[in-house]
Design a binder for this molecule. Structure first.
Ligand code: ATP
Length: 296
C-alpha cells in the first residue's frame, strides 16, 4: 500500500502545482526526480514583493549529507538587475535555481527575496514570483492559445494576445489557418525549437513575474534565431530581477554582474570587462569559447 500511496501523493502535488499555474517548474527540474521534501511552515504567510531583490546569504547545501555542493555562497541581485551565473559543468548553477524555487532548503544560510527568508513563506507564493524560460520547453497536446495562457490561471484573451506579441510569435500564430486554436504537440503542429522557445517566453509574459530565471535559453538554435530570441529575452528582462544561467559567455557579456562558480564556491565576480582584466577562470573560458567559435 505504501508503494501505491507515494506516487499518488506526488501526483496530487503535481496536480495542485498545475492548478496554481506553476507547471513551468516541471520541465526544468524534472519534477518526478525531485523529492518533495520541503513543506510550508504551519501558518506561513505569503511572500510580499515590493522590491524584488534576491539574496543568497552564506548558503551551504548538498543533496546528500556527506557531499556538499554549495560551500557558503553569497551574492545579491538588486531589483531590476541581471546577474549571470557561469562555471564549469557540475559547478552548481542549476542547484542555485532549484534552491531559489525552494525545491530544497539550505543546510545553513538563508535565501531572501525582498528581505523575506523564502523558507518562512509559502512555496506557492515564492514560485508564483519567479518565471522561468527553460532550455527545453515542453508543450502540451492542446492549442497554442492554451499553451500560452497557462502561464497564469485565468488569463484572458487580451493578455494572451499581448504576450504573444511581446514574444514576437504573434505573426507566426496569425498566419496559421486556425490561429490560437491550432493544436500543437504530438497530435498537432510541430513547432521548431525557436517557435517553442517563443511560446515559453509568451507563457512567462502572461505570468508577468517580478523575478526571471533564464536557463541558457537559446542552446538549441541556429545563430540568427538565437540572436532574435536574445533580443526578445533582453526586452522582457528589462525592469525584472533576472538570474541567467549561461554556458555560452557571449550571451551574458552585458550582465550587471557575472558570478563565476567553481565547485560550489564563487571563484570570481564582476562585470565582463573587469573579469577579462583579471585573467582568471572567466578570461580562460572566454578565450576558449572565442577560439571554438572561430574554428566552428
Ligand atoms: P551543468 O552546467 O552541467 O548543468 P551545473 O553547474 O548546473 O552543471 P548542478 O546541476 O547544479 O550543476 O549540479 C551540481 C552538483 O550536484 C553535481 O556534481 C551534480 O552531480 C550534483 N547533483 C545535481 N542534482 C543532484 C541530485 N538530485 N542528487 C544528488 N546530486 C545531485
Amino acid at each position: 500500500l505504501m508503494q501505491l500511496f507515494r506516487p499518488l501523493d506526488l501526483l496530487g502535488w503535481v496536480y495542485r502545482t498545475i492548478r496554481q499555474g506553476l507547471i513551468d517548474m516541471a520541465e526544468m527540474f524534472r519534477l518526478m526526480d525531485t523529492s518533495v521534501e520541503v513543506e510550508d511552515l504551519p501558518g506561513a504567510p505569503a511572500l510580499i514583493i515590493r522590491q524584488p531583490t534576491v539574496v543568497f546569504d552564506n548558503v551551504v547545501f548538498g543533496y546528500e549529507p556527506d557531499r556538499t555542493i554549495l560551500h557558503g555562497l553569497s551574492f545579491e541581485v538588486p531589483a531590476g538587475k541581471n546577474v549571470a551565473i557561469v562555471g564549469p559543468s557540475g559547478a552548481g548553477k542549476s542547484t542555485i535555481a532549484r534552491l531559489l524555487f525552494r525545491f530544497y532548503d539550505p543546510a545553513s544560510g538563508r535565501i531572501l527575496i525582498d528581505g523575506q527568508d523564502i523558507s518562512q513563506v509559502t512555496q506557492a507564493s515564492v514560485r508564483a514570483a519567479i518565471g522561468i524560460v527553460p532550455q527545453d520547453t515542453v508543450l502540451f497536446n492542446d492549442t497554442i492559445g492554451y499553451n500560452v495562457a497557462y502561464g497564469k490561471a485565468g488569463a484572458d484573451e487580451n493578455e494572451v494576445l499581448a504576450a504573444a506579441r511581446d514574444a514576437s510569435i504573434l505573426p507566426f500564430i496569425e498566419q496559421l489557418p486556425k490561429g490560437f486554436e491550432t493544436e500543437v504537440g504530438e497530435r498537432g503542429l510541430k513547432l521548431s525549437g525557436g517557435e517553442k522557445q517563443r511560446v515559453a517566453i509568451a507563457r512567462t509574459l502572461v505570468k508577468d513575474p517580478p523575478i526571471l530565471m533564464l536557463d541558457e535559453a537559446t542552446s538549441a538554435l541556429d545563430t540568427r534565431t538565437e540572436q532574435d530570441i536574445l533580443r526578445t529575452l533582453h526586452r522582457i528582462a528589462e525592469h525584472r530581477t533576472t538570474i541567467s544561467i549561461a554556458h555560452r559567455l557571449s550571451t551574458i557579456a552585458d550582465a550587471h554582474e557575472i558570478l563565476v562558480l567553481d565547485h560550489g564556491t564563487l571563484a570570481e565576480r564582476g562585470n565582463h570587462t573587469a573579469l577579462l582584466t583579471k585573467r582568471g577562470l572567466y578570461a580562460e573560458m572566454w578565450a576558449r569559447q572565442a577560439s571554438e567559435s572561430q574554428s566552428a
